[in-house]
Ligand binder design. Structure first.
Ligand SMILES: [Zn+2]
Ligand SMILES: [Zn+2]
Length: 239
């Protein structure tokens, strides 16, 4: 199951890339995915992944969670001098082409943990697997879009832009496969990816939400949080 959903998430990366490579496609809705994803991911990480990590990894869990958070911070914002979610509109930041590849590296590490998150969720329970999949899926289209737009802004070809979003899809699948093979490291994998999920929600997606004027986008975040609690009531309470 985690492999099928990993493939679905990977396809969403490629679809996100295609949105920007095919210039005429609608992209207005992307920001709603970002806001909905921010709320849903944050709620999933804090109320589902963290408690489950504490249960599985015990007193080691907090350190793994912190490490997961810092790994993404290191690769997306320390090694990489300029990165933010959404369309890249600062081509002058990319006069040196290698900068765009540092963004690609950062996102590849992050997406690898998206895959780890999905697979470790399913190793714990079907419920956890599905909510993590949904959390990952909601930010996958904007993620593929982001990397493709960085490539185009830095003067790479459309082929490379699309290839980059495909690479993120492949890294997600690699994460799923890695966790399936290394099942015995489940407690570490889940806790690390909980930290990664918190980072992506609160430090990658939330700033993009806050850039939007007005309260509409900010409210969509609460909708994302509410969605998790509705699912929890409908699905988990039914069992
Ligand atoms: Zn920029
Ligand atoms: Zn991701």
């Amino acid at each position: 199951m985690s492999l099928v959903l990993g493939l679905t998430a990977a396809a969403a990366d490629v679809f996100g890339g295609a949105i920007i490579v095919q210039k005429n496609w609608e992209r207005r809705y992307l920001k709603y995915f970002v806001a909905l994803g921010a709320g849903f991911m944050l709620a999933t990480a804090v109320t589902e992944m963290v408690p489950e990590s504490l249960r599985l990894a015990g007193s080691r869990a907090p350190l793994f969670i912190l490490a997961g958070y810092l790994i993404v911070h290191f690769f997306e914002h320390t090694v990489t001098p300029h990165f933010h979610f959404g369309e890249e509109t600062h081509p002058d930041e990319f006069v040196h082409a290698h900068k765009s590849y540092s963004v690609l590296l950062g996102l590849t590490i992050h997406t690898f943990f998206d895959g780890i998150a999905i697979a470790s969720g399913f190793l714990v329970s079907t419920w956890l697997g599905w909510v993590i999949f949904l959390a990952v899926f909601l930010h996958k289209i904007p993620e593929g879009f982001t990397v493709a737009s960085v490539m185009l802004a830095s003067g790479r070809s459309r082929g490379i832009a699309w290839g980059s979003s495909a690479l993120l899809g492949a890294a997600t699948l690699a994460g799923v496969l890695t966790m399936s093979v290394l099942e015995r490291f489940l407690s570490a994998g889940l806790a690390l990816s909980a930290g990664v999920t918190i980072y992506v929600a609160a430090s990658d997606l939330m700033p993009e939400v806050n850039k939007e004027p007005g309260v509409k986008m900010a409210l969509v975040v609460f909708l994302g949080v509410g969605l998790l609690f509705v699912l929890d009531q409908l699905i988990r309470a039914a069992h």
